[in-house]
Design a protein around this ligand. Structure first.
Ligand SMILES: [Zn+2]
Length: 433
């Protein structure tokens, strides 16, 4: 029997109404006791004085790159990055090689993760075969094999009829369809947000309308079918407004925003000297868009923060901006960036952050959220709100280091990660295996 004692932290679980200083005793996989001055000579003790103990963080949007591109990331390295970043679970998107579009490949991820992963891995299945946008994949079989939702991320679902059918079928299995909202006839392979800075740089602009018309379409299709659509990486002010209005009408729409869209703008792309680590899809938007994303997250219009962790090898990034691959890593910086850019500045309450990174992600998938209650599974994240640190490539355990935050000083960091009762990270260091 393994025992872990989290000593003297501030326990904060907004959904359960918990906010108190107490000890947490974990026995095997379960929270066995919560109280003052708990002792157990058999327990490994983690000193949590001055720290915040929260339900475990979940990342809804992670590219683990396995199978097929293991030199960028694999299940082992990606989940170690997640553990280091304070996450107890990650949802793996299926745009791998081959595409995860059948039950056998879903099982491959589940079984490989059971052997090698540092945190829980919840795979998505593709919506369409080969993510080609034409023929629906076997959603029911993938759900039965463990797929927690369906997405063609990496590609938008272009044909409305395919999206309509996907929402109808996924609804039968109680799973969301997660969409990368982009009308490619409008985005036109834009390298960065369409605006003053793209014009100054002579780079092809990515019109925010490309996202907004797609979000509007998805919302209408969800309304018509009663299906659940989840909009991935929302980036524009008008997308937030469309989602806000749809929610008010009772449409089953949920949404996520990335830490980089919350913290950075197109001005930062220019300020970086067009560093390709600032290139992603959707691109970093205007300052007004960023403000709307923060407001949308604060008022619950945007449900979750998700990283869109997208590892790329240096070869794909050490090229000119317009040619570089889209995507940035995010698992190891997400908590620090959100704490530093939003919580410390008073833009987002710590309670709302915990809901957006722990409780809501589970609820979006229809899963029971992690909780700080006796009897609950011991999935726990510990936060250090005061820790000052600098994001350094050499500290990262991800196989790729394409982060726009390299060199940036952050205040706030994950201090410990407990996955199903197992301490996997303490003080920024991986432990336990
Ligand atoms: Zn995407």
């Amino acid at each position: 029997m393994s025992k872990l004692l989290l000593k003297g932290g501030r326990l904060l679980d907004p959904r359960a109404g918990v906010d108190r200083v107490a000890d947490v005793l974990i026995t095997d996989t379960v929270i066995a006791a919560i109280g003052e001055d708990l002792t157990d000579p058999a327990a490994r003790v983690v000193d949590c004085r001055g720290l915040v103990v929260t339900p475990g963080f979940i990342d809804l949007h992670v590219h683990l790159r396995e199978p097929g591109e293991e030199w960028k990331e694999d299940i082992a390295s990606g989940t170690r990055a997640a553990a280091r970043g304070g996450f107890v679970a990650v949802c793996a998107v299926p745009n791998t090689r081959p595409v995860i579009d059948n039950a056998a490949l879903v099982r491959f991820v589940v079984e490989k993760a059971a052997r090698e992963a540092a945190v829980k891995v919840w795979p998505y299945g593709a919506v369409t075969k080969g993510q080609k946008g034409e023929e629906l994949a076997e959603l029911g079989e993938m759900a039965a094999a463990g797929a927690v939702g369906f997405t063609d991320d990496g590609h938008p679902i272009e044909r409305a009829e395919v999206m309509r059918l996907a929402l109808l079928y996924a609804r039968q299995f109680g799973r969301p369809v997660l969409d990368h909202a982009e009308d490619r006839s409008l985005s036109q392979d834009g390298a960065m947000h369409y605006g003053r800075f793209s014009t100054l740089a002579g780079l092809r602009g990515y019109d925010p309308l490309a996202e907004e018309v797609h979000v509007a379409r998805d919302v209408l299709l969800a309304e018509a079918t009663g299906g659940h659509v989840h909009i991935m990486h929302v980036s524009t002010a008008r997308s937030v407004e469309i989602i806000r209005q749809a929610k008010a009408r009772g449409v089953r729409v949920t949404a996520e925003v990335t830490p980089h869209h919350l913290a950075l703008t197109d001005e930062d792309v220019a300020g970086s000297g067009y560093d390709t680590n600032f290139k992603m899809n959707p691109p970093l938007r205007s300052a007004e868009d960023r403000e709307a994303l923060i407001a949308g997250l604060a008022d619950g219009t945007i449900d979750c923060v998700a990283t869109d962790h997208a590892p790329h090898h240096r070869d794909d990034k050490e090229v000119e901006f317009g040619l570089a691959k889209n995507g940035v890593v995010g698992l190891e910086t997400a908590v620090g960036v959100v704490l530093d850019a939003l919580v410390r500045t008073g833009r987002l309450s710590l309670e709302r952050m915990i809901l957006a990174m722990s409780t809501r992600p589970a609820e979006v998938l229809g899963l029971r959220p992690p909780s700080l209650r006796v009897g609950a599974e011991a999935d726990v994240t510990v936060l250090d709100l005061e820790k000052r640190w600098i994001v350094r490539a050499e500290d990262m355990v991800s196989r790729s280091r394409n982060s726009p935050f390299l060199g940036r000083e952050l205040v706030g960091a994950p201090a410990a990660t407990v996955v199903s009762g197992r301490l996997v990270m303490e003080g920024g260091r991986l432990v336990g295996w």
